[in-house]
Design a protein around this ligand. Sequence first.
Ligand SMILES: [Zn+2]
Length: 688
Amino acid sequence: MKRISRFSTLVVACAAGCSFTLCAQDARVAETHGVVLANIDHSLKPGNDFYQYANGEWIKRAKIPADRAEVDVWSKLEDASNKRTADLIEQIAKSGPAAGSGERKVADLYNSYLDEAGIEAKGLTPLRPHLDAIAAIHDKRELARALGETLRADVDALNNTNFHTSNLFGMWVAPGFNDSDHYTAYVMQGGLQLEDREYYLSDSEAMRKIRAQYQTHVSAMLKLAGISDPDARATRIVELEHAIAQTHRSLAENEDIHKANNPWTQADFPAKAPGLDWAEYFRGAGMSHVDSFIVWQPEAFKGEAALVDSASLEAWKDWLAYHLIEGYSGVLPKALAEERFAFFGKVLSGTEQQRPRWQRGVFVVDGLLGDVVGQVYAQRYFSPEAKAQAQAMVANLIDAFRKRIEALSWMDSTTKTEAEAKLSTLYVGVGYPETWHDYSNFEVKADDIFGNIWRGNLSEYRRQLARLGKPVDRKEWSMTPQTVNAVNLPLQNALNFPAAILQPPFFDPLAPAAANYGAIGTIIGHEISHTFDSEGAAFDSKGRVRNWWTPADLTHFQAATAQLAAQYDTYKPFPDLSINGKQTLSENIADVAGTAAAYDGYRASLAGKGAPAQDGLSGDEQFFIAFGQNWGAKVRDAALRQEVMTDPHAPGEYRAATVRNIDAWYAAFQVQAGEKLYLAPTDRVRIW
Ligand SMILES: [Zn+2]
């Protein structure tokens, strides 16, 4: 599903401003099984506004809590999962775990995060050695070294789709595009605090206003950190970030993997991206021995390296200092954490107050020691029976997909054979992974949260570095069991469905099949279809980048997907901002294909019997309403604006509109020509 793409491995930044959500009023989780009748707005025609029809009454009742940017059914589950995780952490802490054990690290990390008095007492002391080191940089060679030292494993292009790092560059270790049996270093553009280049480059009134507020915020942070001349420095920093933004690829371009497969050796960097002392950079990064990279955005590397040469040493030193302060503000004295929230929480997402400290502490533990907690979580909250049922549903969906591919009239038999091979070798992880991460190299101290975060991010970076060139474990997971999400890992030809998403209302053993297939079934179908979408179609059954399509099949696929992109381009959440059909294309394809396959799976599960009606709703009506209710959401305007610009997923309202492309939806609700969502049969996008 890859629903939340802002979850960065650099934990502190997320803890202060990320967009997890809560919903106290969600009636979807009442003691009923199946679609929630009380959420349906019967005054509306499904064919005019299906999203409001399925969710309207809930939307009228729902209130966004002050510490959230949005509420939806996902956030309710996230909330429950976070509470369970917090309880587990507290139980672990009380059990007096042995020094050096993973459990002891969990307890010490969590408690050191909660120790606000200790953090205030230390003041800026933890920052000082790092700020002193930046101040001591004398020339561009030392600067290159310092920039290299900031490199972390904090981006992820294909699994969790996180393209953002505020460090100069980011690294992702994953199976190689050209050798999927071994891990390779993918390096990506970075250097911006704001999440996307559009924040710096857009001419709109709203964005200009955000930029002015951002510059005020930068100055305020420098002042709070005791740095002289904050206004002048803030001006230089924002100018430098603006110049960096001009070198960046857009999110839509980032998602085009054909533009990303650029293998560079270390010697290519100074030749292709002059201006940065790359030997020093890689020395700082501990990567002098690495000689094989995939450079995701070559022009950004060229542009950013040139800026290291052309911008002043002083500007870069200010930029380094500010980025350090911002990144760690969540574990510095309250004044800094609050100033960060005032901008990244209030201005950028409209959230009124910070989440309670304990919840942010859970995110920190999940980010740095997630598998220690996840192992206990899976044991306690995911039964073998639930696992077996979910696995059966996955098998049914895969079967539905196989039949759809076999029946495609436009696809050549050679392309079908490879599609079939991808399906039959797909690894589907359900609930929890088969092996767990080892955190033995991560030193956690009971009274040093700044150092814990620093060492945690560094230890993860070194763990990833050590994997380079090693054989790939195709069964490795990229999400923890306590995560409410699901993911397709194209380079491993694998799917993960964590325990935390396999529960009501998405998956309820007591609900009618129609509701389960409409809710979790469409999500499972969505993930399977990523195997064949605009990204997945680029990888073969072994995860290699290989064009396995005949030219005629590819032409058909591209025409159909262009039609879907155009459909989404017509949606306008704001007068000055439309959905970007290209940026959200692969997720929208997955929604169309996943819903179609889940519908087939649902009909197949009836084994020729009629679908039982419930509460006056036919089986087909329940199926589509359950799908629509997956996406009911109430979002603050600022957060919605951010989502439209930076998320590869369309907002929930437009995901629910997927049904326009499914024939069975028209029949289920007697949707007629003239109704707003009506599409003539020839205008409905059919991909799989
Ligand atoms: Zn997806």
